[in-house]
Design a protein around this ligand. Sequence first.
Ligand code: NDP
Length: 278
Amino acid sequence: MAALARSVLVTGSNRGIGLELVRQLAASRRPPQHIFATCRDPKGPRGKVSTGTGNGVVLSQALQELAAQHSSIKLVQLAILHFAFSLADTVNLPSIQRAIQAVGYHLKDQGLNLLINNAGISSHATLCSLDSQEMLNVFATNVVGPLQVVKEFLPLLEQAAKAAGKEGLSCSRAAVINISSKLGSIGLCLHVPEAPMYPYRASKAAQNMVTRCLAAELQDKGILCMAIHPGWVKTDMGKEEAPLTVEQSVRGILTVLASISQDTSGAFLDWEGNSLPW
Ligand code: NDP
């Protein structure tokens, strides 16, 4: 079986689903030549080994150890927001642009095949507990930042789409995969009223619209765009009571990514390949 893609970039890869995506990609029988594992602070204290308990080991130790075992993994610093988030200063454009330079250096003129927007934050705010700064912070991280990442990486994605020398849409040619959530589905919302999570749900619904718009706009450039729900997964975000391990979720996600094509561009699928209502 061919590699999923020659080059893959995963945001938020120091723990949770992002770390496992990098781990399984690197360990696959036909690994990508370049796996760009981005995180806010590759050498700093923010990285944690995801245990699903929230008691992560300090340092991006797991990612650093993984990178030491696989020459395909390149650690790249990419912070979606400035640490001192304020209303006037949200997305960390210089960080995204530095990441592009680092990635471009390795890719030469082949372009980036697969961009996985995985980094995200949750919020359990209810109508009573909600404050506007939290809502804006979640939107900046889950919607504005990932869209800015796509905008800035677009030249590299277009380059890959052209360099692939093939027609049709696929992850091996050029693709943007947004890690979404079932909780962002408006169609399913009435069935899950127990977790209002206003900022998180609204941000994922907005991210879904972004995915649809990108799919429509980038199709003619040969770039596939899709939203995927990873399931409810044992990570710092999903917590220990989640039914799925990161290994199961990511195995499913990578199987789905290997199978998607022109027909599934603009789709909202789950980790098992089932179609979800927007
Ligand atoms: P984790 O909380 O375990 O990991 C989140 C990752 O995102 C971390 O690497 C974190 O980095 C990174 N991140 C957060 N904010 C920023 C930022 N401003 N800049 C750069 N990186 C950032 O979450 P999961 O692995 O569980 O979730 C991954 C994705 O899957 C998210 O988009 C989430 O919404 C989605 N998802 C998860 C589900 C689950 O059950 N776990 C269910 C449905 C969707 P740092 O360590 O520096 O904070």
